[in-house]
Design a protein around this ligand. Structure first.
Ligand code: ADP
Length: 260
């Protein structure tokens, strides 16, 4: 009878709702578990620079009046490094929160990608003196429709990875070019490349390569780079050759110089 059919339909609807709820619940559980791991890791990674600062200060204090200028200079480097590391970590965590609350909006305007690459390079050279970091560009302006702050953040992340994961004596190269209505900045390293098993996962939040889990890192760099690129209508490409190196390329929509 119709009563039976109506009840049956209601039951089905209830079942569908129940499944939906349980999937949502599972998703929330997974996320909160991942977040717990992440929070534990961030606290852990804050501890190292904090104890470096603490012991540098401690040693200076112990010397009392006998402290020389070179003592101070030596400790200064350690403290500066530690502060920089913590700042990066905190900035990353804050950025993730902002992205999740949809508080990051790309302010898109035409900007010279070659100039943005040049300043990312200058900053990387300052942070890694002695490393061979180069920029090759076509020599002409390459205009992207982008948010310069977000581009700076992406390039900083890609360069940091290239420098961190490759041997100190190898070269890291930035290349700016345009192709098929798009503009790009490619970061090439001669590092270990990415193992085939890791390749499908490197852009996921919190993922860390098998070989790098013991090192400093958040597993957020590439995930954020991808999210920030997509916010600007761009993307990140990856080409990697295990044992030989990787190329990570930021692609952005081109802008003509005359455009407002
Ligand atoms: P993190 O570097 O903090 O681990 P990322 O999201 O930046 O997080 O990178 C995820 C993983 O991808 C790294 O743990 C590393 O294994 C691998 N990876 C990223 N960039 C490179 C690179 N240039 N060369 C080799 N491996 C890389």
């Amino acid at each position: 009878s119709w009563l039976f059919l109506r009840n049956k339909r209601r039951l089905n609807e209830a079942e569908i709702q129940r499944r939906r709820d349980s999937a949502l619940l599972q998703e929330a559980r997974d996320t909160s578990e991942m977040y717990r791991d992440f929070a534990a890791m961030v606290s852990h990674q804050m501890r190292t620079p904090l104890s470096l600062i603490d012991s540098a200060m401690h040693r200076l204090a112990r010397r009392g009046d006998a402290v020389t200028a070179s003592d101070v200079a030596e400790r200064q480097g350690v403290v500066q490094d530690a502060v920089r590391r913590m700042t990066r970590l905190v900035e990353t965590v804050l950025l993730v929160g902002k992205l999740d609350n949809r508080q990051v909006r790309g302010n898109l305007a035409p900007a010279a990608l070659d100039a943005l690459a040049q300043s990312a390079l200058t900053e990387a050279r300052g942070l890694h003196p002695g490393r061979d970091i180069r920029l090759s560009s076509t020599g002409s302006r390459i205009m992207a429709l982008c948010d310069p702050l977000l581009v700076a953040h992406i390039l900083e992340n890609l360069l940091a990875n290239a420098l961190r994961y490759s041997p100190v004596e190898t070269r890291v190269e930035l290349r700016v070019f345009s192709q098929g209505g798009q503009v790009a900045c490619a970061v090439t390293d001669q590092g270990p490349g990415i193992a085939p098993a890791d390749q499908p996962h490197v852009f996921k939040r919190y993922f860390r390569g098998e070989a790098h889990r013991a090192e400093q890192g958040t597993g957020l760099g590439l995930a954020l780079a991808r999210e920030l690129a997509e916010l600007q209508g761009g993307r990140i490409g990856m080409d990697t050759w295990p044992g030989r190196g990787s190329v990570f390329t930021l692609w952005l929509p081109a802008a003509s110089e005359g455009r407002p």
